[in-house]
Design a binder for this molecule. Structure first.
Ligand code: IVH
Length: 663
């Protein structure tokens, strides 16, 4: 970037950042996530470093701290509310355990208490002779704001302790807004024509600092405890959590005691994958030396205790430039617009592509080529463009017209009246064909090892296959004409194909890629019809009778079998000797019972749970409906599923009850 361009960009960034600071600090109503905000500040910092002459004394990079609100009475904390030193890697953790070990007796083997770091706001609750007398925000750690009348409205804050403890008890913890409650709140706001809130934490913080307790009471805040100070001696942090529970407080169920950094890292990695499933947001874990005496004796440096650290997960949101929009065509022929991004690090990986969903979404968010966009990436989920910073536009941005782009595409696309997606019916297109072949060979379908994306592309490009049935004609000598194959890999693939000539009917049906026919529907169809021939001859009425097959699914199945190309495909399979095996209906104690599993189960993966249910004759569904008998609730069960269960009278089972039922 040249100096003139940098100057323009800096001016825009400064104005944008100032706006967000105002919204955040003064109005308690940010329009941007902290992570995206930080990303903008980083961009400004790096431009200022590159062009020091352009740095202004009033730049937001030169500011520290925020203007406090004057509305509440200030209260001194009984003991400082400390913060935690952040760490973010295995090496950091190792360095911390070594550093603390040096301060402890040489033969002392510390245990560590690990808990989820909740993304809310810290609060201290003071009880005198068992009665809640004060609630104080963290403030600057020494002095906070008295928000007693507000915390009294929080439903799970005990106004009276459940267990008698003489004298003063102080319980510290996090005030939270659960993700599901936050979403409901926003849905209600949209209905009332009010602007949506940015995120649960800021909404919780803004709520606690509301001057009208009635308004606070109307927002479903919660309090989760993590510290107790009282006359009641507790040896370990673990005991302290138990005490908090006995006193009547909610504490995270996820906390555990670890004996080594290896165990801590296992916990870190587990929650890095699963943290989306928690009911509240988290950006890391809190690790403390479990022995309270040792913890206290280690003391603190500045504002952070030596005996604890926060393991922070990498941010899941950043801002970057959208360089272009391309169209990707999937297995079903759906055209998806994809954002090409200026590479940016998010959640530990470099992101260059993000999904834009569909044309309506681009229009609704007014996303233009050249825009600065906010990109979100969580876990294994495909990165998404969540918004645009329109104020940062310089006039060079271009609008994207999906319909027009598709007109210039060699394939023909159509958009059905009620659908957001443009789709092509062209099955012969090499890219679509390769995706269908890949799907046919995938784990839940015929499970043919060695037929991933690249091999499927190569086989189609070399015209060795023109449909799924051609796979069964392949010879090792054909494959050896391609660079990708050597003797061993070619023979392996040919063998793998040959070994799947008698797939189970459900796998085969699923592999055909009929729209709306997932693994469970394929099982239902297979059980009902018993053979491919019977299914081919079915009628709409018969299909619609099957539990789990709705109108849309029925139409889709009929349409697929009515298609001449598909009929030819089935004939080709037959000629190649491919014979789907009928699976017998499983009779068992769960026959006629439909299950939905939600959240995380600690003892098994969801697919394993599905297999167990099916092995006992039950069916496994993905959403709760009127035919669902049981909702198995794992860790982090979503409110929507619970609401649906309530509505349809579905029985809820926790993990223990479920495990008992299937074993
Ligand atoms: S223990 C010495 N446990 O994280 C501080 N804190 O930087 C000990 N937080 O603002 C705090 N979840 O409010 C602890 N499970 C948890 C927590 C947690 C969130 C917050 C806390 C504080 C910050 C610490």
């Amino acid at each position: 970037m040249n100096e003139a361009d940098a100057k323009k960009r800096i001016t825009r960034l400064v104005a944008e950042i100032e706006d967000h600071r105002h919204a955040y600090y003064t109005q308690d109503d940010p329009k941007l996530s902290d992570e995206a905000y930080d990303s903008l500040v980083h961009e400004l910092e790096s431009l200022e470093a590159q062009f020091p002459q352009l740095k202004d004394a009033n730049s937001p990079t030169q500011r520290v701290g925020a203007a406090p609100l004057k509305a509440f009475v200030s209260v001194a904390h009984s003991r400082p509310m400390l913060s935690l030193q952040d760490i973010s890697s295995d090496a950091d953790l190792e360095a911390w355990t070594k550093r603390t070990a040096k301060l402890l007796p040489p033969d002392y083997r510390p245990k560590y208490h690990v808990d989820i770091k909740m993304d809310g706001l810290a609060c201290a609750l003071v009880y005198e002779d068992g009665q809640l007398v004060r609630g104080v925000t963290r403030g600057d750690g020494k002095i906070g704001e008295d928000v007693t009348s507000n915390v009294r409205t929080i439903a799970n804050v005990p106004l009276k302790l459940r267990k008698k403890v003489a004298g003063t008890v102080e319980v510290r913890g996090e005030i939270l807004l659960y993700k599901a409650d936050f979403e409901k709140l926003n849905q209600a706001r949209v209905k009332q024509g009010l602007p949506e809130f940015m995120n649960p934490r800021n909404t919780a913080a803004g709520t606690v600092r509301q001057l009208d307790p009635k308004l606070v009471a109307a927002r479903p805040l919660r309090f989760h405890a993590y510290s107790v100070y009282s006359n009641q001696p507790t040896k370990t942090i673990h005991d302290e959590y138990e005490l908090a529970r006995e006193l009547g407080f909610a504490v995270n169920r996820q906390n555990k005691v670890a004996s080594s950094s290896k165990e801590i890292m296992e916990f870190v990695e587990h929650w890095a994958q699963k943290r989306q499933e928690l009911p509240f947001n988290t950006d890391g874990l809190v690790i403390k030396i479990d022995d309270r005496r040792v913890f206290e004796d280690l003391g603190s440096v500045g504002k952070t205790p030596r005996g604890a650290v926060a393991f922070k997960y990498p941010p899941e949101e950043a801002t970057t430039k959208l360089k272009d929009i391309i169209i990707s065509i999937g297995r079903t022929g759906a055209a998806t617009p994809i954002a090409l991004l200026e590479p940016v690090r998010i959640a530990g990986t470099t992101v260059q592509h993000a999904s834009l969903h569909n044309a309506d979404e681009i229009e609704r968010k007014d996303i233009r080529i050249g825009d600065t966009v906010v990109v979100h990436k969580a876990g294994d989920i495909i990165p998404q463009v969540v918004g645009v910073l329109a104020n940062l536009r310089d006039g060079s941005e271009k609008q994207f017209d999906m319909a027009k782009e598709l007109q210039n595409h060699p394939l023909k696309f159509e958009r059905l009246p009620n659908e957001a997606v443009w789709r092509t019916k062209d099955r012969q297109d090499p890219h679509i064909l390769a995706r269908n072949i890949e799907h046919f060979c995938s784990k839940s379908a015929l499970d043919i090892e060695g037929m991933g994306e690249k091999n499927a592309d190569a086989l189609v490009a070399a015209k060795l296959v023109s449909d799924q049935a051609d796979l069964f004609k392949l010879k090792a000598s054909d494959l050896l004409t391609l660079d990708r194959f050597a003797d061993i890999s070619a023979n392996k693939l040919v063998d793998a194909v040959a070994n799947s000539k008698e797939p189970s009917l459900p796998r085969f049906l699923y592999g055909l890629g009929i729209r709306h026919v997932g693994t469970q529907t394929a099982i239902d169809l297979s059980e009902h019809f018993g053979s491919l021939n019977k299914l081919q001859e079915t009628s709409f009425d018969e299909l619609a009778e099957i539990e789990g097959v709705g109108e849309v699914v029925a139409h889709s199945i009929l349409e697929w079998f009515a298609d001449e190309n598909n009929q030819q495909l089935l004939e080709k399979f037959e000629k190649q000797g491919v014979k789907p095996k009928t699976t017998k209906k499983v009779h068992g104690p769960l026959e006629g019972k439909a299950f939905v599993v939600t959240g995380t189960l600690s003892s098994m993966q969801r697919e394993e749970a599905a297999e167990k249910i099916r092995a006992l004759g039950g069916t496994f569904q993905t959403s709760v409906g009127k035919g669902t008998h049981y909702l198995v609730t794992g860790e982090g069960t979503g409110q929507n599923k619970l609401d649906a269960a309530e509505k349809f009278g579905t029985k809820k089972l926790d993990e223990d009850e479920f495990v008992k039922l299937v074993s």
